[in-house]
Ligand binder design. Structure first.
Ligand code: 5GP
Length: 125
């Protein structure tokens, strides 16, 4: 069920619990600003979620409220994860779903990083 991206941050959401170490995840990257882990239901040979440590509901919330250091740290983490997984030369795709029309289900900002094969059209037809 897609979320309302204007809702207040819910500290009990699944990714907040992974960030606090309360739920397991296959973590591939951790730094001051972000963590990254494999998606539980991968949609491509490589499907990693990159999540900022701060409490942001969505890309909208993050772009409005995060400070410049957090934004830079998060974006650098996304790039570092892609490079560490050898995705740059073959290519990859980034996706952030926002709210209802975006199909966002987890109310903590995450970027999907897809790769490992040609990914086809950008949107389902
Ligand atoms: P959204 O639709 O919010 O952009 O994507 C949420 C993603 O989180 C989905 O791809 C889903 O498979 C993934 N996901 C949901 N719950 C868990 C979980 O507990 N662990 C992991 N690793 N991924 C999850």
């Amino acid at each position: 069920m897609p979320i309302d991206a204007t809702q207040p941050y819910d500290h009990g959401n699944i990714f907040a619990r992974i960030l606090r170490g309360e739920l397991p995840a296959r973590i591939v990257h951790e730094d001051e600003w972000a963590i990254a882990f494999h998606d539980i239901n991968p949609q491509a040979p490589v499907h990693i979620l990159v999540v900022p440590r701060g409490p942001y509901v969505s890309w909208d919330d993050f772009s409005a409220r995060a400070d410049a250091e957090e934004i830079a740290g998060f974006i650098r983490a996304v790039g570092a994860v892609a490079r560490a997984h050898g995705l740059v030369a073959p290519g990859y795709r980034l996706l952030a779903n926002v709210g209802g029309h975006g199909g966002q289900e987890v109310p903590h900002l995450h970027v999907h990083l897809f790769g490992g094969a040609p990914l086809g059209p950008m949107l389902a037809r």
